[in-house]
Design a protein around this ligand. Structure first.
Ligand code: GTP
Ligand code: MG
Length: 240
C-alpha cells in the first residue's frame, strides 16, 4: 500500500455522524489523484468514528484518529497535521465536517499553494465571498475578525475561517509548537506564519449553513478567543 499523499485533508469531528460520510465521499471523488483524508474524532457519542471506520475499510486513503475524549479543536488539528505530515503531502488542508466548506473549492485552494502560497484561506470577507446566518452569529464572526486583525496587526480579511490549504513547509513549521487548544488557534496560526514572512493569500468562499447537527462554538470558546486577542495585543504594545 502506498503511504505518500499528494494532498491531505484534515477534518476534526465531534458529533458529525450525519455529515462526515457525505463530505468524505465528495472528497474521494475529486479529480485530484492521491488525495487522503485524516479525520480526528474526539470520541463523539453519536458514533461518528464508526462511520469513518467503515469508509476507511474500503478506502485506505481515509484515516481515522480517534482520541476518545473531547480535547478541543486546536489540539485536534495539531495531532491531525502531525499525522498528515507522515504521508508527506505537498498540500495539507483544514476543513469542517459539517458541509459548510464546499468540497468543490479544494482544487482552487490546492492550486493557490502549488503556485507559491504557504497558506490559502477560503474567505467570506473578500469580493466574491459570501455567507448568511442569524444576526447574532454574523456579528460574532465580524467582531471576532475585527478583534483578530487589530490585536495581531494582520491584514487578512477572514482570520477565523477554518477552511484553508497550507504548504508542507508551513505545516512543518507550525507543528514545532503546540497550538492553542480552542477555536482561536486559527488566528494564532496565521499570525505565526505572517510574522515569519510566509505568504498568505485569500480565495473567495461561499460558506454554506451546516448540513445537520449542532454548532460546537461555545461561550467558553468566545471567552478564550477574547483572552488570547487581548494578550497578543498587549505583547505587541510592549514590544514597541
Ligand atoms: N475533534 C474535535 N473536533 C471538533 C471539536 N470542536 C469542534 N469540532 C469540529 O470542528 C468543526 C468546526 O466546528 P463547528 O461546530 O462546525 O463550528 P462552527 O463552524 O464555528 O459553527 P457552525 O457555523 O454552527 O457550524 C466541525 O467539524 C466540528 O465537528 C473538538 O473539540 N474536537
Ligand atoms: Mg461549522
Amino acid at each position: 500500500m502506498e503511504r505518500a499523499a499528494d494532498v491531505c485533508v484534515v477534518i476534526p469531528t465531534y458529533n458529525e455522524a450525519m455529515n462526515i460520510g457525505r463530505v468524505l465521499h465528495q472528497l474521494m471523488e475529486l479529480p485530484i489523484p492521491n488525495l487522503w483524508a485524516v479525520v480526528v474524532d474526539d470520541g463523539s457519542p453519536d458514533g461518528t468514528a464508526d462511520v469513518v471506520k467503515k469508509i476507511g475499510e474500503t478506502n485506505h486513503r481515509v484515516i481515522l484518529h480517534n482520541r476518545g475524549a473531547k480535547k478541543g479543536l486546536g489540539s485536534a488539528y495539531y495531532e491531525g497535521f502531525k499525522i498528515a505530515l507522515t504521508l508527506s503531502p505537498r498540500v495539507i488542508l483544514s476543513m469542517d465536517a459539517d458541509g459548510s466548506h464546499p468540497v468543490e473549492l479544494v482544487p482552487e485552494l490546492v492550486k493557490a499553494v502549488e503556485s507559491g502560497a504557504d497558506a490559502a484561506v477560503a474567505s467570506r470577507y473578500i469580493k466574491g465571498g459570501k455567507w448568511s446566518s442569524n444576526l447574532i452569529r454574523m456579528l460574532v464572526s465580524r467582531g471576532a475578525n475585527l478583534l483578530a486583525r487589530i490585536s495581531t496587526g494582520a491584514g487578512v480579511r477572514d482570520m477565523t475561517s477554518g477552511y484553508r490549504a497550507y504548504s508542507q513547509r508551513a505545516v512543518k513549521h507550525l507543528v514545532e509548537k503546540p497550538f492553542e487548544r480552542g477555536y482561536v488557534f486559527q488566528v494564532e496560526l496565521l499570525y505565526r506564519l505572517l510574522r515569519e514572512g510566509y505568504k498568505v493569500v485569500e480565495i473567495p468562499l461561499v460558506f454554506m449553513p451546516r448540513m445537520a447537527g449542532e454548532s460546537k462554538l461555545s461561550k467558553k470558546e468566545i471567552f478564550n478567543f477574547l483572552r488570547w486577542c487581548l494578550k497578543t495585543m498587549l505583547k505587541r504594545m510592549m514590544r514597541r
